[in-house]
Design a protein around this ligand. Sequence first.
Ligand code: AMP
Length: 206
Amino acid sequence: MEVIVFLGIQGSGKGTQAKLLSDRLQYQHINIGDLFRTHIKSKTPIGLEVNEIIKAGELVSDDIVFEMISESYSKEAKGIIFDGFPRTMKQAEYLLQHFDVRRVYYLNLSEAEAIKRISGRLICSNCGLDYNVNSSAPKVANICDKCGAALKVRPDDKPIAIRKRMKEFYRQTYLLKDIFHSLLCEINADKEVPEVYQSILTDYLK
Ligand code: AMP
């Protein structure tokens, strides 16, 4: 089963691009952060265990992440797109041992631009849909287009947590570019969504 990975700093557009590519290829899209948020909302044992860690902007332990991966991926899927996994060296090794990775897209965006983007980010408190007041604003301010619930700032997008998450990104995830160097395609993410997507698709189809 073919696997594609999206790496990039918070706010680089991994989620948006992974969704576009997974819709196009009909691959399963796995976003570990979303899976954790669902667990937290449903107050499952995993949700209760990771809630404070995520709120503080820290990384969840590799073992819990591996549990999430093995319970979420479908063996019948045509392919899988991982977004937000791997984030540590141990996770990268796990990925290479268990899956046939075809390509790793590294979405390159400066920290300053990432912070600017994140400052506009909102999430639906009910269905979890993402918005950005600068680029994908809801039709009515602070109300979800899909379910009508209130929008809120993700707790881990608040300034202290986001600084911590970015620090972790440079400390642990950025280094993974080396382990994946032969599979890596670096994409300039400082452009509009369709342009970034086109660069990814052009590479994928070549
Ligand atoms: P995200 O929405 O992808 O930024 O993920 C939200 C949070 O979930 C992260 O800040 C981490 O606390 C946790 N998380 C998501 N993916 C991973 C991962 N691969 N390894 C460890 N923690 C993760």
